[in-house]
Design a protein around this ligand. Structure first.
Ligand code: GDP
Length: 356
């Protein structure tokens, strides 16, 4: 599964957030035979549509999609030079498919800030600089190797050209994710700043209700997405039952917990979407890449579904709720038969027809 690596300077609240994530983890409950790594948290992707489907179909259980997070400790200034945990850090972060950077916005004089003061912009700059430097090193090493291989006709020149273009871009100090360079030829290098990025601002609770302040922070990172949460509050919410948690959230002016927001935005940042299936046994969300075609979507349920794909009967979630049943949706012409070129849409409720 694709994973989101959580990074951030020391004392920004990473562990607090990660503990809340792992307490919320569904791995232990749903996958009893999975090896549970201490630094991995798997949480449900919140999706209220599943409750509605379960109601319509009388489903016995609900199976949401999941989002995986990996706690990647150890970034400090100088990480790219292999200081301290640097090298291990870089190896771990290279394996993540997207990066969530926790940025400290809370002020608490009892919690020392590594640089002496709370300054989100400067914290982000510190981390981004380390990642840019790490990529520059990777590219410099790779270029020397690519030069030889191109000369020996063992490598397409485009690989070397792309590496050079990427290095020149990084020399401006900006992450590759903001460039228009097609990085596909150098994908194997696992360049860190080419990964999708989200920012998680760990702020004091009053700031969660201060729209102007949140806009200001969001503008700092745009076009990357920002999530705002209070890690301490999240770790308290986790211990409450649903009703108490909802009440506590409301008292802070929020409609969705920070962990749910992080799961939702993280999932989208990974380039993923879901489609839905429903029946008496279960109502379920299935994970597919954004833009997947119907046969590929069928293959997520079972490879035979993809091989023997004939058609997908698709009803949009809204149409299904409006008509109240599959039979009613069919008779009102709301059930579409889609073929192998159909691109799956968010909220599709699907039944596949296939040959076995
Ligand atoms: P890490 O080094 O980034 O993993 O940070 P920790 O999660 O260990 O947090 C460092 C300290 O900050 C701990 O004492 C936390 O209790 C405290 N802390 C974390 N999040 C918050 C927060 O949202 N508000 C306040 N006031 N303190 C926090």
């Amino acid at each position: 599964a694709l994973t989101i690596g959580i990074v951030g300077l020391p004392n920004v609240g990473k562990s607090t957030l990660f503990n809340a994530l792992t307490k919320n983890s569904v791995l232990a409950a749903n996958y009893p035979f999975a090896t549970i790594e201490p630094n991995v948290g798997v949480v449900n992707l919140p999706d209220p549509r599943l409750d509605k489907l379960a109601e319509i179909f009388g489903s016995e259980r609900i199976m949401p999609a999941t989002v995986s997070f990996v706690d990647i400790a150890g970034i400090v200034r100088g990480a790219s030079e292999g200081e301290g945990l640097g090298n291990q850090f870089l190896a771990n972060i290279r394996e993540a498919d997207a990066i969530a950077q926790v940025v400290r916005g809370f002020s608490d004089s009892d919690v020392v800030h590594v640089d002496g003061a709370v300054n989100p912009a400067s914290d982000m700059e510190t981390i981004n600089t380390e990642l840019v430097l790490a990529d520059l090193q990777t590219l410099e090493k790779a270029e020397a190797r690519f030069e030889k291989e191109v000369k020996g006709k063992k490598l397409e020149p485009i690989v070397l050209e792309t590496a050079k273009a990427a290095r020149e871009y990084l020399d401006t100090g900006k992450p590759l994710s903001s460039s228009t360079i097609d990085l596909a030829p150098v994908r194997e290098l696992g360049l860190l700043t080419a990964k999708p990025f989200i920012y998680v601002f760990n702020v004091d609770e009053p700031i969660l209700q201060d729209a102007a302040k949140l806009d200001e922070l969001a503008a700092l990172v745009a076009p990357a997405k920002a999530v705002f949460l209070d890690a301490k509050l999240e770790s308290e919410l986790i211990d409450l039952d649903e009703a108490d948690a909802a009440e506590m959230l409301e008292s802070t002016g929020q409609t969705e917990s920070g962990l749910d927001q992080l799961a939702r935005i993280g999932f989208a940042t990974l380039g993923l979407q879901t489609y839905l299936t429903a029946g008496p046994k279960e109502s379920r969300a299935w994970t597919i890449p954004q833009g997947a075609k119907a046969p590929q979507a069928a293959g997520v349920i079972h490879t035979d579904f993809e091989k023997g794909f004939i058609k997908a009967e698709v009803i949009s979630f809204d149409d299904l709720v409006e008509t109240g049943s599959v039979a009613e949706a069919r008779s009102k012409g709301k059930a579409r038969m889609e073929g192998k070129d159909y691109t799956m849409q968010d909220g599709d409720v699907v039944e596949f027809r296939f040959n076995v």
